[in-house]
Design a protein. Structure first.
Length: 273
């Protein structure tokens, strides 16, 4: 028998991670999860717990985070979206809401995930981009970075690019694609994989930049991957250039398949303005 308490709701989320201490709820720090739960609970008129497709670190942004929660409160999809957004601060927004099958899980049901990292090549730091990109004052050898990135494609042990605090049981991940988009002095690197380890994208980008600036060659990068030793890698890229871009799910769930964020034309980096 169907019970109202069995209702499961999925929603898409956009947020500016600058003033959040990451996704996960923390006792004394402002987190995306805590702020979202407080807002949803006001609309549901009872306490709600949300589960996200993945955790983003302090300062990391999202264009396509997906979360789900269970409730016995009845609202229209539009009612949920407008109600939740009316209670949210300006740096977080619900883009869409769907009532969904109870077997849906925002993390476990995902087919793959995409992240994008933005690099700004300039000798002068940008005041406007300080929270949206990593400014590097050297010209990057993108061709060398492309060669290095190609070593990551397919299923690999990514121990060399995981955080020491990473709690994942296995370091094995399947990297489906890595694409580079250059627009004048902006470089966008997009990663798509079945899943990512903690700090994985930022650690990869940091090491790719090591190659791009000539501090290391492509052989060093290849040896780094094979070493499975994080200590051999370079520093992690800073968080502000990283965006959780998209989570893809089986078609049966009928969730939005494209970018519905106001950043949906983000291939042109000038849309940052």
């Amino acid at each position: 028998m169907f019970r109202i308490s069995d209702l499961r709701i999925a929603l898409g989320l956009e947020y500016d991670g600058t003033n959040f201490f990451g996704w996960q709820a923390q006792k004394n720090n402002r987190s995306v999860q805590s702020v979202l739960e407080d807002s949803i609970s006001l609309v549901a008129d009872r306490r709600v717990k949300v589960s996200g497709s993945g955790r983003t670190d302090t300062g990391v942004h999202s264009i396509g985070q997906v979360v789900h929660f269970d409730t016995d409160s009845i609202r229209t999809n539009r009612g949920w979206r407008l109600g939740i957004n009316s209670n949210l601060p300006e740096d977080i927004s619900v883009l869409w809401v769907r009532e969904i099958d109870n077997d849906f899980d925002s993390r476990r049901s995902a087919l793959d995930r995409s992240y994008r990292y933005i690099i700004h090549e300039s000798e002068t730091r940008s005041a406007l981009l300080r929270n949206r990109a990593w400014t590097i004052n050297k010209k990057l050898d993108v061709s060398a970075m492309l060669v290095a990135a190609s070593y990551l494609l397919g299923e690999n042990d990514f121990s060399s690019f995981r955080a020491s605090s990473c709690e994942s049981i296995s370091p094995m991940r399947n990297m489906f694609s890595i694409s580079f988009t250059k627009d004048t002095n902006y470089l966008s690197i997009e990663f798509r994989a079945n899943a990512f380890l903690q700090h994985m994208v930022r650690n990869i980008v940091g090491s790719l930049v090591n190659v791009g600036t000539g501090k290391a060659d492509t052989k060093w990068f290849y040896d780094l991957l094979l070493s499975q030793d994080r200590k051999m890698g370079s520093m992690a890229a800073p968080p502000q250039g990283l965006f959780l871009l998209k989570i893809r799910y089986p078609k049966k769930y009928n969730l939005p398949s494209g970018y519905v964020s106001n950043f949906n034309n983000f291939q042109n980096i000038n849309y940052l303005f």
